[in-house]
Design a protein around this ligand. Structure first.
Ligand code: 5GP
Ligand code: MN
Ligand code: MN
Length: 313
């Protein structure tokens, strides 16, 4: 990397804490290294992540349409090109693209890759990269990496919470990260839109006969009525997976054009990234997603059939 180069830092649509935390961490890192960083996301930054250092600088693609295409791109937490949404239009066709990720389903769409499917979060991959460069941790850099670790492990509760994650998190606390404040903002605070949406989703909760699958629906109208945005979805699907006895939780969300976005969560038996993969999606063993075309009944039947099959194995 030479001085003064201009980098585009991008993550996936409907960003979670790992997507935002990793975008910001790479932004801070590039600046510490004397580079220019432009951060972008196809979706607005969810309210709970707006307090993170630098979050207000994350642009929308439409803000950058007048800029020349970017020749250097760093994509974080992005398993395939489509997940960048409209941000793809900002990238020059011959761009050098460094793909930093931890999805097993990553299709290696970059020109350079830093992918570790064993990592709990893209933030963990970043942690190791930053350490290997010998860069001194600034507080904002540490806070953003910490946020990715915190959120992708469900607050250090999911099965990806390894000793390595805890050691890295502890090191970040030693760098001055205010863990309590971050946890309060990203885990313990819900927008009213999120609660309104949750109320609507819970009213549709259904269970399979054996109780091993729990699912909920949200329509486009639910978002309008709840006064909610995409960012208010974070965590709702977990309520289905958390039902006692449920092995798989699903949230079906009707999109504007008629297709259905499917979010899948599993406790331990089912690899939901395989289920999502059957419909052109992907993700992780315990959390995955896909978009399926069809009517409400069709999509529900097809997805449930796949999950039943996966449970039977
Ligand atoms: P969520 O259900 O929260 O949208 O996503 C859960 C996980 O699945 C995340 O790791 C996300 O990156 C992945 N994921 C969600 N939707 C898609 C999709 O349409 N395609 C792919 N490849 N991954 C997805
Ligand atoms: Mn993510
Ligand atoms: Mn991630």
């Amino acid at each position: 990397m030479s001085e003064g180069e201009r980098y585009l830092v991008v993550s996936h649509v409907d960003p979670d804490g790992d997507a935002i935390g990793s975008t910001l961490a790479v932004g801070h890192l590039l600046r510490l290294l004397g580079k220019r960083a432009v951060m972008v996301n196809a979706s607005p930054v969810p309210a709970k992540y707006r307090g993170l250092p630098g979050a207000e600088e994350i642009a929308r693609p439409q803000d950058l349409f007048d800029e020349p295409p970017f020749e250097r791109v760093i994509a974080v937490d992005v398993a395939d090109e489509d997940r960048m949404g409209d941000c793809r239009t900002l990238i020059a066709p011959d761009a050098r693209l460094l793909n930093i990720d931890h999805h097993r389903t990553n299709d290696r769409f970059g020109t350079h890759h830093l992918i570790n499917p064993e990592a709990a979060a893209t933030a963990e991959v970043l942690y190791d990269w930053i350490e290997s460069m010998g860069v001194k941790w600034s507080k904002p850099l540490a806070a953003c990496v910490y946020t990715g670790l915190l959120t992708d492990t469900g607050g250090f509760r999911y099965s990806n919470t390894t000793p390595a994650v805890m050691k890295r998190a502890a090191r970040l606390l030693e760098c001055g990260v205010d863990a309590h404040r971050i946890a309060e903002q990203v885990l313990e605070t819900l927008t009213i839109g999120q609660l309104n949406l949750l109320r609507r989703a819970l009213s549709t909760l259904r269970l399979s006969e054996d109780g091993r699958i729990a699912w909920m629906w949200l329509t486009y109208q639910d978002f309008v009525d709840a006064g909610a945005g995409e960012g208010d979805l974070d965590g709702i699907v977990n309520y289905a997976r958390n039902v006692d006895g449920a092995e798989v939780g699903i949230l079906f969300r009707q999109l504007k054009g008629g297709a259905v976005k499917v979010s899948l969560r599993s406790r331990r038996r089912v690899d939901v990234s395989e289920v999502a993969g059957c419909f052109g999606g992907g993700g992780h063993a315990r959390a995955a997603g896909c978009t399926v075309a069809g009517t409400r009944d069709e999509v529900e039947r097809r997805v449930l059939e796949r999950v039943v099959e996966a449970l039977g194995r």
